[in-house]
Design a protein around this ligand. Structure first.
Ligand SMILES: [Zn+2]
Length: 367
């Protein structure tokens, strides 16, 4: 039986996925559009500038990869906006400066959700709130903090940041800090390859406090030893908010298979990131297909419940086919092409990360 004939027979008798039947391109796009419309699409890492939500950078229409208009036109329903602070001097003055920048970014996100655009976007502090906002037809903002430098050595600041809406904390950024080692030690700080050989003693306390508060422990940017230590220690599932798979591209920011297996054992989730340098060698352009290859790898190794998507827009992210919120549909289309079901796509786009946020909430409640 030739392939064409067998496909024709199948299409008469069976409700197989369109992709398996060699459906027409138009059918496939229509199916993907419907799925893209229904699922909650959530990007777990979008950077904002310090002047965000001021007259210099209005969230609705600022010239940027993500704004509220392109989120709506592109069907990007929500994002973790990042309270990112770059590593600086680890002294009293440096810590104060980091805290000031963090507070400025919290205030900026709240100006967007609480006053400027409260009719279009709301701040979610729980998975249930995120789903409710989406059901209302509003965009969803969540807040992640990037770099535990924002607490210096003051554990009590975590409760303050939680009250401001933070729901994940990336332990380390570029350069070691007081919590742990970075995947990318910095010569400008005279970093050795390793400083703590994983998490510092203070770092273990930070993980405990994050668990107590229901803030996700984010293991992107940390060294492998730090990631494995934090993942083994955390009572709640951990998040890698923007990382890719090292088996497909050997970059220190990506997670190797041993790390992915540790993530699975912990119940955590890795959010494959649209960051060119983590997907392709310098000088080559990464595509949506490359990104989805990383999703496929994670799914094959540790299953559909442990993977999601992030952009790092505003922080160096962007690839061919997904270089801004307006192009978000291309990802759903590629997932449909590869045969992922709507249920799978819903998990990849937000179900997995919201599940672990709920689990972190339960751990915080002592459940
Ligand atoms: Zn980052």
């Amino acid at each position: 039986m030739n392939t064409f004939f067998s496909r024709s027979l199948l299409s008469l008798c069976c409700a197989l996925p369109l992709t398996a039947l060699g459906a027409s391109e138009d059918d496939l796009i229509a199916q993907a559009r419907a799925i893209h419309e229904r699922v909650l699409t959530l990007d777990t890492h979008v950077d904002i500038p310090l002047n965000f939500a001021t007259s210099e950078f209005m969230p609705a229409d600022a010239e940027a990869q993500v704004n509220l208009n392109t989120m709506q036109s592109g069907g990007l329903d929500g994002a973790f906006f990042s309270v990112y602070v770059g590593q600086g001097a680890r002294d009293t003055e440096g810590n104060l400066h980091a805290k000031a920048d963090a507070l400025a970014k919290f205030d900026a996100i709240h100006r967007m959700t609480d006053s400027l655009y409260s009719d279009r976007i709301g701040l979610a502090t729980t998975a249930a709130e995120a789903r409710a906002l989406h059901a209302e037809g509003k965009l969803v903002a969540l807040i992640g903090m990037e770099n535990a430098y924002v607490i210096g050595q003051d554990l009590s600041l975590l409760a303050d940041y939680r009250a401001r809406g933070a729901r994940y904390l990336t332990l380390v950024h570029n350069g070691h800090n007081d919590v742990g080692d970075s995947a990318q030690p910095q010569a400008r700080f005279n970093d050795a390859d390793e400083e703590h050989q994983g998490l510092s003693a203070f770092g273990y306390q930070v993980v405990d406090e994050l668990n107590r508060l229901g803030i996700l422990v984010d293991v992107s940017h940390v060294s492998k030893a730090t990631m494995l230590a934090a993942t083994a220690h955390s009572k709640a599932p951990v998040l890698a908010s923007h990382s890719s798979a090292r088996a497909l591209f050997d970059h220190p920011r990506n997670m190797d298979d041993e790390q992915l297996l540790a993530l699975k054992a912990n119940g955590g989730v890795v959010q494959i990131v649209a960051f060119n340098a983590y997907l392709r060698p310098a000088g080559e352009t990464a595509t949506v297909q490359d990104l989805v290859n990383h999703i496929d790898h994670v799914v094959q190794l540790i299953g559909i419940d442990h993977v999601g998507i992030s952009s790092d827009f505003g922080g160096g992210g962007g690839i061919s086919g997904w270089n801004g919120a307006a192009e978000t549909f291309n990802l759903t289309l590629e997932l449909v092409r590869r045969g992922y079901s709507e249920a799978d796509i819903a998990k990849i786009w937000s179900g997995n990360v919201l599940r672990i946020l709920e689990q972190a909430e339960r751990v915080a409640e002592g459940g």
